[in-house]
Write a protein that binds this ligand. Structure first.
Ligand code: M6R
Length: 608
């Protein structure tokens, strides 16, 4: 959830540490800090809030060391104050940490009894004191780290620098991602390759349990048993320009606008456009004809992508689908048999709960498939099969292009499995593929209607509560639309199945509450119209997302219409996601909210 970086260079590293942290700020932005070694002594600067506060502080009070570590925080233990900001230090070292040390209380008691004095409320500070304790007993920094690591329970990525050690940086990984980068006479450490992209494209990912000793001349890797190990050095494609906002005011706006292109690219990876069929770029790890059940697990927006896909898998492949949010699934011990497949969906590929579900499914003997956006992520590496979304780096905390790319991949999988099971005729498969091929163009059409969405956003920005309704595959999209609105505008919003309205939520309807209805012209459209009439009859204010034909047929006095291009309905959720995203975006902009870095959130949730 936090981002960590480290550099051993040949000149002052502070500016580059801040630059790398800037690229990790999507992971958390409650506070930031760096520590460098100057004249043999560790000096640190920390600041509450966004990275710019730290940068301003460094202008006033520069750090000049050639070796250093940095951190951007998403608070778990202790308030987001400067005192709780990383790096945490003892008399001998400074440490940065991403993750949670679960047994920090017992370690803290033990170390306090031995005379260590704690000054923060964080779990991380015990790591500083634990390693210091080992050094006080006469161990070298590397032996002290090796002795301390087995005592830590939980998930962590750690970076250490030591007093009087100008050519040493130590890193460790257990359940949270960490990469080592190679330079010319300098070495780097980062939570992901993107952080290091301005400095190097040559990377090694640590495996779980690994720790590493970095000097200016290279790196040594050790496994959890402290045995030296070799880890592959790879070239990454995370280039520096990819985190540019282009002509857009926010990353979220850029990412919404990129969708026709990245969805097109993703579909091209999975479709044989000339022959009108799906052509998966991998072998399915199971015999689709014998498959008895699909289980889909994910969190947040990725979960809603899975929920939409449930409709597709059931309809096209006639296969029962169970879906759950990962944080529930992992603890309810669901029985999974070997004839089933578990699909996990994750943009980052590092979400702790989703990863735990993947591991659980594997332990149960199931084959696993991961729909992921980061090919080098832990989930991508651990799943039997990786189905890549080609969205490119998604920086805005509110997921947009990753969602529509996930939907695109899941749609292709549903068709491919339907084909393999013989539940789709060739003709129907051809129709579905033609519909998918049309999707990027339809998304571009939807984006052109942005000025109308901006007007509607002005209305929405005055609301305290908003209801989002949809039926069929538009129901999960209604929940996704509500999530988008909540996370960046902080307006309370709920997504409901339109047919559920009369079972409770209709009591909320009054002249103050906008009701956004996602209503593509599909098989359940008439039912949705009935639900809209129920709202209208009670004085509700309906904002309709639909095409002109659907709007005309409904003959209801709508407060506003977000006009959509006409399309076949099967893959409408991919196209109708665009106005839902733009509504949330423009509402937040009108309200002056921090769109790319909404309060309390982080892009990558690597703690449970
Ligand atoms: O990286 P993941 O796709 O696994 O992340 C899952 C959720 O944390 C993520 O979708 C979250 O809900 C987004 N903030 C939604 O916009």
């Amino acid at each position: 959830m936090c981002g960590i970086v480290g550099i051993i260079g040949r000149e002052p590293v502070a500016a580059r540490l801040v630059e790398a942290l800037k690229r990790l700020e999507y992971r958390g932005y409650d506070s930031a800090g760096i520590a460098t070694l100057e004249g043999g002594h560790l000096e640190r600067r920390r600041a509450e809030g966004k990275l710019r506060n730290l940068a301003a502080r460094l202008e006033r009070e520069p750090l000049l060391g050639h070796v250093g570590i940095g951190h951007t925080r998403w608070a778990t233990h202790g308030k987001p104050t400067e005192n709780n900001a990383h790096p945490h230090s003892s008399v001998r070292l400074s440490v940065v940490h991403n993750g949670i040390i679960e047994n920090f209380r017992e370690l803290r008691e033990e170390l306090t009894a031995r005379g260590h004095v704690f000054v923060s409320e964080t779990d991380t500070e015990v790591v500083a004191h634990l390693v210091t304790d080992e050094m006080n007993a006469g161990k070298s920094p590397r032996d002290a780290v090796a002795a301390a690591l087995p005592r830590l329970r939980g998930a962590f990525a750690l970076g250490f620098v030591f007093e009087g050690e100008p050519d040493l940086l130590i890193a460790a990984r257990q359940g949270a991602p960490l990469a080592v980068g190679y330079g010319e006479g300098e070495m780097f450490l980062g939570s992901d390759a993107l952080a290091l992209a301005p400095f190097t494209d040559s990377i090694t990912y640590l495996e779980d349990g690994d720790w590493a000793v970095l000097t200016r001349d290279g790196v040594e890797f050790f496994d959890a048993l402290n045995a030296p190990v070799m880890r592959a050095r790879i070239r990454t494609q995370a280039s520096a320009f990819l985190i540019d906002k282009g002509n857009h005011r926010h990353f979220m706006a850029k990412e919404i606008h990129e969708q026709p292109e990245v969805v097109g690219r993703t579909l091209a990876h999975y479709l044989d456009m000339s022959n009108g069929c799906v052509r998966l770029p991998f072998e399915l790890p199971f015999d689709a004809a014998k498959l008895t059940r699909l289980t889909i697990v994910a969190c947040g927006t990725a979960y809603y992508a899975g929920l939409v896909a449930k409709y597709w898998f059931e309809r096209f492949a006639r296969i029962p689908v169970e879906i759950d949010v990962a944080s529930e699934f992992r603890y309810r011990e669901p029985p999974l048999d070997a004839s089933g497949l578990t699909i996990v969906v994750s943009q980052s590929g590092e979400t702790a709960d989703t990863l735990a579900c993947l591991r659980y499914a594997k332990e149960q003997g199931q084959k696993t498939l991961a729909v992921v956006n980061v090919p080098t992520s832990t989930i991508a590496r651990e799943a039997d099969t990786m189905a890549l979304t080609l969205a490119g780096p998604e920086i805005g905390v509110a997921s947009t292009k990753a969602f529509t790319c996930q939907l695109s991949v899941l749609a292709c999988l549903a068709i491919a499995i339907g084909h393999a099971r013989g539940t789709l005729s060739l003709e129907r498969e051809g129709e579905l593929v033609s519909q998918l091929i049309a999707v990027p163009g339809l998304m571009a059409e939807a984006i052109k209607r942005e000025p109308r969405i901006e007007q509607i956003a002005t209305v929405l920005s005055k609301a305290k509560d908003v209801l989002y309704l949809g039926r069929g595959a538009s129901f999960p999209l209604a929940m996704e639309g509500a999530l988008k609105l909540k996370e960046i505008s902080y307006i309370h919003a709920e997504g409901y199945a339109a047919g559920e309205l009369k079972h409770g939520p209709i009591a909320l309807i009054d002249e103050n509450m906008p009701v956004i209805v996602i209503a593509p012209h599909d098989a359940v459209y008439e039912k949705t119209v009935s639900n809209m009439q129920e709202v209208a009859a009670r004085g509700g204010r309906i904002i309709l997302i639909a095409d002109k034909r659907a709007a005309d047929e409904a003959a209801i006095d709508f407060e506003a219409i977000a006009p959509m291009p006409e399309m076949e309905p099967d893959f409408a959720p991919i196209v109708y996601a665009v106005p839902a995203q733009m509504l949330a975006y423009h509402t937040a902009v009108v309200m002056g909210k921090d769109v790319d870095q909404p309060r309390n959130l982080a892009k990558s949730v690597t703690v449970e």
